[in-house]
Design a binder for this molecule. Structure first.
Ligand code: ATP
Ligand code: MG
Length: 214
């Protein structure tokens, strides 16, 4: 489904390669955990996989073909949840946030249906849709940010620390959503420093990053 082939990557202001010859394949309908210490490049890997950062060498393949050549069209098949939900929320209401990408793809009637489907999956009330995103609690922001990618029904979900800083209530809620997405045969890639939270419930593949010393 999504394949990283011989990836070399360093940030432009750094001499240190974060990845050298990184190879990883994310198969259809599978859950993969990307784990490793702080700074090992989990978030960076997800951004490369989503086509948001370009590797210095190597290639990201989506359905066997270079992702780069399939952009921007392929964006609708890939959803990325950033580690910090603040980076994802920029519309004034919850409704507009969840409707944002669908509005670029569909008519308003279809958009409305997708928004209502999404809040059902998230377990949010209709009242929530009118709320301003700025007033939401951190847990609510994380759920709404997730909603903003679920609404357009991507095939691949890249979730960066989806359980981080959440109370047990929201953690369980997000784990239930992940379970449901797996039942819907989505391909899910999760960056996490706490793989145990997922391992005891699912049967994921695990890919561990180390801190590179060059
Ligand atoms: N935009 C950037 N420019 C330069 N360096 C960056 C940038 N973003 C991240 N880095 C550096 O790249 C390295 C990897 O960062 P990244 O955020 O991918 O790690 P991570 O494994 O997700 O860490 P964490 O567990 O803290 O979320 C770190 O040393 C970080 O400081
Ligand atoms: Mg990170």
């Amino acid at each position: 489904m999504l394949k990283l082939v011989d990836i070399w990557f360093r940030y432009s202001d750094s001499n240190r390669y974060l990845f050298q010859r990184l190879n990883i394949e994310f198969r259809e309908k599978e859950l993969t955990l990307i784990t490793g210490p702080n700074g090992s490049g989990k978030s960076t890997l997800l951004m490369i996989a989503a086509g948001l950062l370009e590797p210095e060498r190597g290639e990201v393949l989506f359905r066997e073909k270079p992702l780069k050549k399939q952009l921007p069209e392929a964006r609708r098949f890939i959803g990325i949840l950033f580690q910090d939900p603040e980076y994802m929320l920029f519309n004034s209401t919850v409704y507009d946030e969840i409707a944002y990408v669908p509005r670029q793809l569909y008519e308003e009637k279809e958009v409305d249906k997708l928004v209502r489907d999404t809040i059902k999956i998230l377990g949010l009330s209709e009242d929530m849709l009118k709320r301003s995103v700025y007033q939401l609690s951190y847990g609510e922001k994380k759920i709404v940010a997730l909603g903003s990618i679920l609404s357009y029904k991507p095939l691949i979900l890249l979730l960066d620390e989806p359980l981080e800083s959440l109370s047990k209530y929201y953690r369980d809620k997000i784990l239930d959503i992940i379970e449901r997405l797996l039942e819907e045969n989505k391909t899910i890639i999760i960056a996490t420093h706490d793989p145990d939270l997922f391992i005891h419930r699912f049967n994921p593949k695990i890919f561990r990053l180390e801190i590179a010393d060059t």
